[in-house]
Design a protein around this ligand. Structure first.
Ligand code: FE
Length: 317
């Protein structure tokens, strides 16, 4: 059993903070809260922060925050990591304050993603979350959504997340979206949400393939889709329903070049009756890949994950 309860927060390093804040607020319906240090927190519920945008050149995931129940669970997780030879550092009081949590530890996953585990996240009940688009996000015990990580060594990553962090595999997708180019995905959960993390074997430089956030109404998916279309925001995958977690979703391309999955009605797993499944397709219907617009002449030749994806035709679940 994992001491990890949920995907609590995610840090993103972005090159265009203003464009990202606008994308998050106007199209996704998140609430940007600028910080004194120049970063921007994106709220989606009572938590003080769920996503944090920091200025940088990577345009990729910076860190991931896993929530545990309490100080005892955090100590247990630390012991477990150390026992398996993982280097763990204790977060300072300043680190905890920075993340709006009560205590945290820091470690890297086998492919170098900065990972944090924490307890006691600050709740801003006196300053309720307000979406300028009237969106209500599904978070709670299921956490903020899911991340899909570009993975080189699927077996090593799966072993780390299951054997050490205690995630359970929900299912696998082995598909071939381009003939002769297999795409392997592994989906893992730490709560009722079908997956909080998935691994995707893709030839991309970025660590993050996509980040999923879930809304409480199908109308919120429809409205967001049309906001994106009206704004000319590129949509990497059209509206569709996934084969494994039943998520009805579409994938707008973020200003950082990775996708956001904007979904509704994701499957909740009953641990007592669930068994691991295997799928040979990503989607029951839809999720048609759309090539991004051609870059301007000056940008041609620049390393873009999107261009790599257009060759591989991404459609990770
Ligand atoms: Fe997804």
């Amino acid at each position: 059993m994992t001491p990890i309860q949920a995907l609590g927060y995610v840090g993103l390093e972005v090159s265009d903070l203003d464009k990202w804040s606008q994308f998050a607020a106007d199209l996704l319906g998140l609430q940007p809260v600028p910080r004194a240090d120049g970063a921007v927190d994106l709220r989606m519920d009572a938590y003080a922060t769920r996503l944090r945008l920091t200025q940088g050149t990577e345009d990729d995931i910076d860190y991931v925050g896993w929530e545990v129940r309490d100080a005892g669970a955090l100590a247990l997780l630390k012991t477990r990591l150390v026992h398996h030879g993982v280097r763990v550092s204790e977060g300072t009081a300043a680190d905890a304050a920075n993340r709006y949590v009560t205590g945290l530890i820091c470690f890297d996953d086998p492919e170098g993603l900065r990972s944090e585990a924490y307890f006691g996240p600050l709740q801003r009940t006196d300053d309720p979350f307000v979406s300028s688009r009237g969106v209500s996000f599904k978070t709670g015990r299921g956490g903020l959504g899911h991340v899909v990580l570009v993975t080189k060594d699927m077996a090593a990553q799966e072993a780390f997340y299951t054997d050490i962090l205690g995630f359970r595999v929900s299912d696998y997708i082995h598909t071939e979206v381009v003939p002769g180019k297999p795409l392997d995905l592994t989906f893992m959960r730490c709560n009722a949400r079908h997956h909080s993390i998935a691994l995707a074997h893709l030839p991309l430089k970025k660590k993050l393939q996509h980040l999923m956030i879930e809304v409480r109404s199908v109308d919120d998916v429809g409205r967001a889709l049309y906001r994106c279309m009206d704004a000319g925001q590129h949509i990497s995958l059209t509206l569709g329903r996934h084969s494994n977690d039943d998520m009805l979703s579409f994938y707008p391309l973020s200003p950082s070049g990775f996708d956001i999955e904007y979904g509704w009605a994701g499957l909740e797993v009953d641990d007592d009756t669930w068994h691991v499944l295997r799928h040979d397709t990503n989607s029951a219907w839809g999720h048609r890949y759309q090539r991004p617009p051609r870059p301007a002449k000056s940008e041609e030749g620049a390393s873009s994950p999107v261009m790599a994806l257009s060759k591989e035709r991404q459609s990770a679940g």
